[in-house]
Ligand binder design. Sequence first.
Ligand SMILES: [Ca+2]
Ligand SMILES: [Ca+2]
Ligand SMILES: [Ca+2]
Ligand SMILES: [Ca+2]
Length: 685
Amino acid sequence: MSAARRPILLALLASLIASMLGVVPASAATTGTIVGVGSGRCLDVHGAARTAGTAVEIYDCHGGANQSWTLSSTGQLTVYDAATCLDVKGASTTPGARLQIYPCHGGANQRWTLSADGSIRSAQSGLCLDVSGRASANGSAVAVWTCNGQTNQQWTTALRADSQPPSVPGGPRVSDLTCSSVTFAWNASSDDVGVAFYDVYHDGQLMRSVGGSTLSTSLTVVAGVTWGLYVNARDAAGNVSQASSTVSITPPECQTDTRAPTTPTGLAATASGTTVTLTWQGSTDDVGVRAYDVYREGSKVGTVSGTAAVPPVTTFVDSGLTASTSYSYAVQARDAQGNVSARSVAATVTTGAACGSAMCGVTQIGTDTDVPWGLVTLPDGTILYSRRDAQDIVRLDPTTGVKSTVGTVPGVAGTDGEGGLMGLAIAPTFGSDHWLYVMHTSPTDNRIVRFKVENNLLVTGSEQVLLTGILRNKFHNGGRLRFGPDGKLYASTGDAQNGDNAQNIASLNGKVLRLNPDGTVPSDNPFGNYVWSYGHRNPQGLAFDSQGRLWEQEFGNSVMDETNLVVKGGNYGWPACEGTTGTCGTAGYVAPKRTYPTADGSCSGIAIVRDVLYVACERGTRLYREVIAGSSLTDVQTYFNGTYGRLRTVEPAPDGGLWLTTSTTGDKDSIANNSNEKLLHVTLG
Ligand SMILES: [Ca+2]
Ligand SMILES: [Ca+2]
Ligand SMILES: [Ca+2]
Ligand SMILES: [Ca+2]
């Protein structure tokens, strides 16, 4: 070996070893071709022209400058120079809108997300870059179209090599808090390629996305309403960081109100069986009545709330009372700043001899200092429930109220939000197999595991990890498990605060998943992986009706929540579509069966008993009863509005009634035992 060649070989060897060890940073290429999987041809500017408005098409790859694209840190795809952008013509959000080149202006119709499933999505519409008509010839037009996973929407490019999320944004802080606005700021995150966006949330609701060089933003807030603000960083490839810590704000009132509302008058109570309906005359206030609190025998049993724009209604239904019993009610009005009226003159009523209505009685079977989340009934009639932040499982005998600890689930981590120990399920074979299925957050992901429960104790050494790699984040972790009549295990997963996950069939997030009990993929799943349905934001409730159909409950962002009837392979529209808003009319999105304003909903658990759906709501602090008729939900009734506070979980009880749990406090943190919750039994009529 000559002396001259030796250093070169050593350098090559060192380089090879370094790359094998991963020492060389795997930074993504930022310039390259974009090749259609279906056509094998390159994304190309027609005729190599540079005029604004020139069409973009596919053409044989030839290495020309009109096929060399650069992904910027803000998600722009530029060609020729940094000032010429791939652009949706007319900023259209209609499927079929054509692509062109146009001077870069920072608009959302010039920003793109390159997902791991091969799609390239418009940041404006969520529609996918698509070779029109699945054509493959030279000069075939390129447009945006509803994402469908076909090969004319899959693109091979080195530009999407970035798979590493940015670091957590630090130092979240607020300034200039007024009754209607606040300035929220944070420290920059780092990323291997570059931070493209910061997504600002309150309590799981996306408020605003700003560019990667922006480190503060002014937000519109609501006087007197407490929000937890935080921020996630996102790179151009769609990788989302874990969330910053939370900054809590309670904006002051815009004008001071010290005058109480007038006392409600004309309170009348009528009984039908064990249900009492109250009506009264509304109060007046110098600023506005915001709520009425309802008292039974001197204890508050419910609240009807309004908003600044809509006064509260002046009726309340109190159900599940004792038969042939006299009750005394009073009502009190409140304004937005806590000034309360005197209580009304009492109204007294005697209930009928028998129930005769849907809700016949509520008894408290237990209390807990943590948030009960998953709940299953064992063959012996006792209950197991998970405590989300305490990370353990409790057995409760509902007839005696006696509780015992079944065990702490190993490997659970909180998210300073809604992650932790979540869903539980058992198969009908539990009596012989003793498997308890558990969904929980770990330090790195959300996962589904199972343990043996022997002699009412969790056998931690029996743990089998069934599915890992479901992305976690502060909110949007999904978390329900439910066995179907087909013997398969269904799980609801959140989008991990990244809506792109929901439309990515290769991602486990924003989905209803379907597993064999041993964790393998059922052979009849629609996409050859765990995905059963997609396009979900933060689905939690899962329940099967008597026809074996799967119903699902899902948290929307800030406008509407949804109840869906889940079909195999269905696309439920998120993030382009929330409830019936956005581009929900786009062909291919399955519409919800019912929507709820988030203030009246934000519902988590669902249960079906005798083909009636029961929906337990957090923010709405109520239980909905909805009759399944065909594939519709009819005769919707509201129960317990404000009576027990935020409701998390509803499950069928063995006597034909329901188990119902609250989630009133400490449910947006990961701090154990800072809650004050009830476990209830509801007798149905
Ligand atoms: Ca990255
Ligand atoms: Ca007032
Ligand atoms: Ca939907
Ligand atoms: Ca807590």
